[in-house]
Design a protein around this ligand. Sequence first.
Ligand code: SF4
Ligand code: SF4
Ligand code: SF4
Length: 324
Amino acid sequence: MADKVKVGFLLLGGCAGCEMAVVDLSEKLVDVLQHIEVVFWAPTAADVKYTDLESMEDGFIDVAFIDGMVRLDEHIHMANVMRKKAKTVIAFGVCAALGGTAGMGSLHDKNDLFEKAFKNTPTTDNPDGVFPQPQCLVDGKYDLTLPAYEDKVRTLNQIIDVDYYIGGCPPHHDHVAAAVTALLTGNMPPKGSWITNGKAVCDVCERNPAGKENGQGRAMVNQILRTIEGEPDKEICLLQQGYLCFGPITQGDCGGLCLKVNIPCRGCGGPIPGNHDYGAQALSTIGSIIKNEEITHQLMEKYPNLAKFFYRYALPSGTLPRRM
Ligand code: SF4
Ligand code: SF4
Ligand code: SF4
């Protein structure tokens, strides 16, 4: 037991799908468990309390996987506690690494989000407009507290020092297995790196025109289609057909899963190494292959909220959004 690698899992603001990717290791998990000891897994899998983590010695955990974005004061507190307790911290999945889909909430005022979520949805019955409060006195004697809501979504590395990043929403279980193997064998990249196979989604996509025998190459995009328009040809690059696919700029550790079911890549794998602003890169890439101004107008008409389209998984990590 003493030689086992001590591992902790902590979910912040996320859906726990990243942790399901660990469970999806299935029989590989049995092999992995011979080499690791899970000493903390909250709040998803184990009946532990935050005080269990707070009372551990600093550096007790060898590797912490933290998934989910940062939106509550509780997330900030627990991320800082885990940072003290763990020698190595991995931002696990695109929420922790880049902010994830919930990061799009940063484009809205937090009061508007509360109005929408707790008052104005068709299924909400809240005529007095009662909203969650961080502190509440019940029956004049029970002082209850709820985590407080921060103004914006933040990525894990905007709160604590992060050693490694793993993309995906959730990460593909084969990639999780490869990452765990790299950890156990000490075969890790330099601190601050993404753990990735280094290939873009296009590199692993069977439709890539560059890989075709006739070497047809890439053509300019001469129409913009949404996925609800028509049915894409299953053999031809989606981008060439006008369906906007972020395969050229996204890490392909998923093996190009979406393309296999005829859906364009939306970028959950995170940026290929060297790019630090995913949305700006997406805008630049798509902009550079649009044929003319008419097609640019098509893009703006069909995607009226381009900020959310390009930054679907990465808004809190972008340079421009952080200065808004
Ligand atoms: S990255 Fe995706 S799967 Fe993981 S917590 Fe966020 S939303 Fe869930
Ligand atoms: S742009 Fe999309 S469809 Fe085209 S080769 Fe790349 S991943 Fe495949
Ligand atoms: S193809 Fe793109 S959006 Fe789909 S799972 Fe892979 S990285 Fe994520």
